[in-house]
Design a protein around this ligand. Structure first.
Ligand code: AMP
Length: 208
């Protein structure tokens, strides 16, 4: 089973993808988490990606495609995957589709959230350095409630980068909504609701 979670930055894809993957017992593959992990480990890919990520630009397709396809082949023994943050361009979507055998992507779940709500969420977000769990600054604990990790604000959650990420999303990633709608694979959900309500809708969409 292969599920793609699509949506703007701040839509809650990471949180929802984690729950969905646990519920379906498949692997959660998050391109942003993998790239941050490469940066933390100081790999070549991490160094190459850093300047793009800091500005809220997309990391070049060839780098991200290789990283994700490698990860998917490492996890090929699993029942399936939830992809979170990939694909983000039509080139990435085509590379993914070309790499798949059989029915390909089962479902694309599109979490829609209005832009003003995204700015509010991202501007107030801190995340755990270890497990990447997000919190809202005004209600965040001292350290991560799951793993005790340090909480910090991502460089690309600063106001200048947030605006850029939303524009980049609209120009480069939003066209994927039509791409998958025309394939009959897209389901749209209201991501402005509370986290639990979005989870309920996602699980219902997957089961339908
Ligand atoms: P995220 O954690 O999904 O918000 O991603 C953080 C940043 O990582 C993005 O702003 C991009 O710079 C980079 N990134 C993550 N996924 C991709 C992707 N599929 N293609 C290109 N860049 C990506």
């Amino acid at each position: 089973m292969l599920i793609v979670l699509l949506g703007p930055p701040g839509a809650g894809k990471g949180t929802q993808a984690k729950t969905l993957a646990e519920t379906l017992n498949v692997v959660h593959i998050a391109s942003g988490d993998l790239l941050r992990d490469h940066q933390a480990r100081g790999t070549d890919l991490g160094l190459q990606a850093r300047s793009y990520m800091e500005k809220g630009e997309l990391v070049p397709d060839d780098l991200v495609i290789r990283m994700i396809l490698d990860r998917m082949s490492e996890e090929s023994g699993r029942q399936g995957a939830v992809l979170d943050g990939f694909p983000r361009t039509l080139t990435q979507a085509e590379a993914l589709e070309a790499s798949l055998e059989g029915p390909g992507i089962d479902q694309v779940l599109y979490i829609a959230v209005p832009a003003d709500e995204l700015v509010r969420r991202l501007g107030g977000r801190v995340i755990c350095r270890s497990c990447q769990r997000p919190y809202q600054q005004d209600s965040a604990p001292e350290r991560c409630a799951d793993c005790g990790g340090e909480l910090y604000q991502r460089d690309d959650d600063r106001p200048e980068a947030v605006q850029n990420r939303i524009q980049v999303y609209e120009a480069q990633t939003f066209p994927l909504v039509e791409h998958y709608r025309s394939q009959g694979k897209l389901k749209e959900l209201d991501g402005a609701q509370a986290i639990e309500a979005v989870t309920r809708d996602l699980l219902a969409a997957v089961a339908a």
